[in-house]
Ligand binder design. Structure first.
Ligand code: VGL
Ligand code: ZN
Length: 220
């Protein structure tokens, strides 16, 4: 069984948001279309407390983009983003919510960041996603979302480690590219680790049936 994982499709990562990913909004229609081709759709939300250690504002004298250590891991300092319960942390308003079966929250612990949908960066706490997919009989996972060079990359590498057949839908992702080329390098690193890099078109033509009722209601 196959599952689609939508990573961090939240307002703060869209244009106008606190940590806007360039053209991040372009992937919302891709998500809405792909959802119709999967039995299982799950999502993540970056979900930080206001005092989270990944926020530059919580480190006097530091600036966004500085590299520090947090929870024993290298940590880029970010603008305040995806604060629990804030509008910026909400899923994109244009995202078709009803098909999303469950949302997994990450980045809750102020002492360590969590780029991966599965574990925090110190690999000490599971979000429950891996266990959930296993219990649901999922062997194959397709990942898209924001951002290619952070949460998508970390999620895909963990998925492979956990033994899932893992594909990343490249045109369903956009990157931060703090350093030009970061997203390209992330794609190469995922590919080298055994992640299949595919396009949404390949998913759509792969023979996975769209449920007729779903197709009708979504007007495709
Ligand atoms: C992300 C930076 C900080 C992401 C989350 O979703 O890729 N990036 N928090
Ligand atoms: Zn974050």
């Amino acid at each position: 069984m196959k599952a689609l994982l939508l990573v961090d499709l939240q307002n703060d990562f869209l244009p106008g948001g606190a940590l806007a990913v360039p053209s991040g909004d372009d992937v919302i229609p891709v998500a809405n279309l792909l959802m119709l081709h999967f039995d299982r759709v799950v999502a993540t939300q970056d979900w930080h407390p206001a005092d989270h250690g990944s926020f530059a504002a919580n480190h006097p004298g530091r600036e966004q983009g500085d590299l520090i250590e947090l929870g024993g891991q290298p940590q880029v300092l970010w603008p305040v983003h995806c604060v629990q319960g804030s509008p910026g942390a909400e899923l994109a308003p244009d995202l078709e919510r009803p098909k999303i079966e469950r949302v997994f929250f990450k980045g809750i612990d102020r002492e360590v960041d969590s780029y991966s949908a599965f574990f925090d960066n110190a690999a000490s706490r599971s979000t429950g996603l891996g266990e959930y997919l296993r219990r649901s009989g999922i062997g194959e996972i397709f990942i898209m979302g924001l951002a290619t060079d952070y949460c998508v990359q970390f999620s895909a590498l963990d998925a492979v480690q956990l033994g899932f057949a893992t594909s990343v839908i490249e045109d369903g992702c956009r990157g931060v590219d703090l350093t030009p080329g970061d997203s390209e390098r992330a794609v190469e690193a995922m590919h080298r680790s055994g992640v299949e890099i595919i396009s949404s078109g390949e998913v759509l033509t792969s023979g996975t049936q769209v449920h007729p009722a779903a197709a009708l209601s979504a007007n495709v």
